[in-house]
Structures are given as structure tokens and as C-alpha cells.
Design a protein around this ligand. Structure first.
Ligand code: HEM
Length: 346
């Protein structure tokens, strides 16, 4: 009889480390180790922001007495100007003729804009730093949560796990997933869409109405702030039918537009319009590659210790980690190649 070795792994933490590494390499390329340090500071800053947002404050007094988190946050904001060191290094290389480009990574593109010959198109250094922060915040926690929920859903729905694995093995065998073939992953794509529908990583989208606007029978005056909740829209029986709360990836078999009776804005994990997520294709590609590589190597199931109580919170702060929006996935029980792996989630 074949023997299987199992191991428990906290998958959410593993996916977080992976996404941080990927976003750091994409943003800072060869300078990614320096970038990683910057991102660690950003994580700390997020922790302080979350802690601060949960503390009651007396108006006025809080301006006089600053908390340790306020002081630490200021120090981190200042230290984040470390990005400037990377900027200066690249500028020096271009100025000395050592290279003729600021780099092909995200920081390189921002620096190109910073030095644009057209003064009106130039962006400031503060803008460069802010864009790096947005890129990190926008791109790593979201992808981590999408991957975690997808693995959790596949761990529960082993029939879909098998279907997905079959598709992956037919396309790639045991080889590294090729970029062109990634686009052909239909079943995995349906699973990802269903995961984004049931557990959208961004649960709240805000828009301010700039001029009086009509939405059907509703007239909204200028200045009103609208809260668009993808979570409620995605779970609406009216839009998605009686099985709205069930995991049924095949509802996406004929594409997103045909998944509902009322297709307009029914599926909005990446938002809509001018400010929609610019990283959506990148995120889907990343998740498809990661899922394919896991499915090629492991079988997994849910930990019996898992308790399902997802709530919404900004980040993965350790202090309040037991209350995360993420599935709090813990523990892959599993193996090396070809053996059985069980995803245990607590
Ligand atoms: C599953 C993964 C992701 C989800 C669900 C997601 C979702 C979203 C949503 C809903 C918005 C719009 C927010 C709003 O309108 O208020 C947004 C914006 C943004 N996302 Fe993503 N995102 C993901 C991955 C990424 C990645 C990987 C990157 C970068 C590589 C990224 C970069 C950004 C940026 C820079 C913005 C701000 C765009 C702007 O304000 O114009 N996102 N994302």
C-alpha cells in the first residue's frame, strides 16, 4: 500500500510571503531586497493605522498627547523616504552614462515619468513614493486573500479540485506553467471567478458623485459619497439566483457576462470605470500560476480545526490576526511530489 506523508501548513501566511516577494520584485526589480525592507515598514505602518483606528480618542486632546503608535508611524513615514536612496542610485547611473534607462520595473516607469521632458506630465518625488505605497497595498494583501480563499474552496470541494488538477496536468504535465497556456486554463479560471464572487478581497468601493446623477429611479445630488459593496452584490439572490451563496464555478462556464440574468456591474471584484484595478490581469496570472503549481504537486483537504468566521479588516496585523478577513487558513497537511497533501485550515 502506498504511504502518504502529511504536513500542516498555514497557507495564508505562505501566500502572503509569496505575494510580498512577487510585488517587491515587480516594483523594484533588481533592487527588490531594498524594496522588501521598505514593504516591511509599510506592513508595520498598516498595523499602527489599524490599531489607531480602533482606539477611542478625545477630540483636541489627541493632538496634545501622541500615542507610541503615532510617534512610530511618523518615524516610519520618514524612513519610507528610503525609496529616495534607490531613486538617487538609479539617477546617478543614468547621469554617469552607466545605463540609459531608469529600469524596466515599476520604479523605473515612475522615474521615467518623474523626468518626463514635458514638464506638465512630470510627477513629483512624493508622488513616486505614494505610488510605490499604493502599488504594494493594492497588490499584495488582495492577491494573498484570493489565493487563500481559492485553496480553501478547492479543499472543501474536492470534485472541483480534481477537475482543476486534470486540466492543469493535461496542459502542463509536471512542467512549469507556460505563460501562453495559462490563458487556456478555463476550469481554474472559473474557480478563481467563483472565489472572487463569494469572497471578494475588496469589500467596499467608494465613489463621490461630482454632479447630480440619476441611477434608475434614484437622483443623487453632487457631493454625496456612495458606498458600493461588491460582497452584497455578489451574494444577491436577485442577481445570481437561489444558489447565490453556493460554490458553483460552472455558473461562469460561458463567461462573466452570461453568469447572471442582470450582467451589468453584477461582478465587480476589481471595480469598474477609470479607477478600476490596473493590476487585475497580473493578479489573475499570479493566482493561476500558483494554483497550477500547487495542484501539480499536492492534494489537500480542510483542517478539522478550521472555524469559519471571516470578518473584514484592513490587513494581516498579528495582534488581531484571529479576526482577519482572510480565511485564517492554517495548516497544509502534506507531502512532497505525488503524495497526498491536506490543507488544514484553522
Ligand atoms: C485579487 C487581487 C486584486 C483585487 C481583488 C483588486 C481589487 C481592486 C479594486 C476593487 C480596486 C479599486 C478600488 C476603488 O475603486 O476604490 C483596485 C485598485 C487598485 N489596484 Fe487592485 N486588486 C487586486 C490586485 C492588484 C495588484 C496585483 C496590483 C498591482 C500589481 C493592484 C494595484 C492596484 C492599484 C494601483 C489600484 C489603484 C488604482 C487607482 O486608484 O487608480 N491590484 N484594486
Amino acid at each position: 500500500m502506498e504511504s502518504y506523508e502529511s504536513k500542516e501548513i498555514e497557507v495564508n501566511e505562505q501566500f502572503r510571503l509569496m505575494s510580498t516577494e512577487i510585488i517587491s520584485k515587480t516594483a523594484f526589480g533588481s533592487s527588490y531586497l531594498e524594496g522588501k525592507h521598505i514593504f516591511q515598514m509599510l506592513d508595520k505602518l498598516t498595523l499602527f493605522i489599524v490599531m489607531s483606528s480602533r482606539r477611542s480618542r478625545i477630540p483636541g486632546i489627541s493632538k496634545l498627547f501622541r500615542t507610541i503608535e503615532d510617534i512610530e508611524s511618523d518615524k516610519i513615514r520618514e524612513a519610507l523616504r528610503e525609496i529616495m536612496l534607490m531613486v538617487k542610485k538609479r539617477e546617478a547611473n543614468v547621469n554617469s552614462g552607466q545605463t540609459d534607462s531608469y529600469g524596466s520595473d515599476f520604479l523605473g516607469s515612475l522615474l521615467k515619468a518623474h523626468h518626463d521632458v514635458d514638464e506638465r506630465k512630470r510627477i513629483s518625488v512624493d508622488h513616486v513614493i505614494d505610488e510605490c505605497k499604493t502599488f504594494y497595498f493594492g497588490g499584495h494583501e488582495t492577491t494573498t486573500n484570493l489565493l487563500s480563499w481559492s485553496v480553501l474552496l478547492l479543499a472543501i470541494n474536492t470534485d472541483w479540485q480534481e477537475k482543476s488538477r486534470k486540466e492543469v496536468l493535461e496542459l502542463f504535465g509536471k512542467e512549469y506553467p507556460e505563460t501562453d497556456s495559462i490563458l487556456k486554463l478555463e476550469i481554474v479560471g472559473m474557480v478563481i471567478n467563483e472565489s472572487l464572487r463569494l469572497y471578494p478581497p475588496v469589500v467596499d468601493i467608494n465613489r463621490r458623485v461630482t454632479r447630480t446623477t440619476r441611477f434608475g429611479e434614484l437622483t443623487v445630488p453632487a457631493g454625496v459619497e456612495l458606498d458600493i459593496p461588491p460582497l452584497s452584490v455578489h451574494h444577491s439572490f436577485e442577481i445570481w439566483g437561489d444558489d447565490a451563496r453556493l460554490f458553483k464555478p460552472d455558473r461562469f462556464a460561458d463567461g462573466v457576462a452570461k453568469a447572471t440574468k442582470e450582467p451589468l456591474m453584477a461582478f465587480l471584484p476589481f471595480s469598474f470605470g477609470l479607477r478600476k484595478c490596473p493590476g487585475s490581469s497580473f493578479a489573475i496570472m499570479q493566482v493561476k500560476i500558483a494554483l497550477s503549481m500547487i495542484l501539480q504537486r499536492y492534494k489537500f483537504t480542510l483542517s478539522p480545526n478550521y472555524s469559519h468566521f471571516p470578518i473584514v479588516i484592513l490587513s494581516h496585523c498579528k495582534i488581531i490576526s484571529y479576526k482577519m478577513a482572510a480565511p485564517c487558513t492554517k495548516l497544509l497537511r502534506g507531502s512532497g511530489e505525488g503524495r497526498t497533501t491536506r490543507v488544514y485550515c484553522t
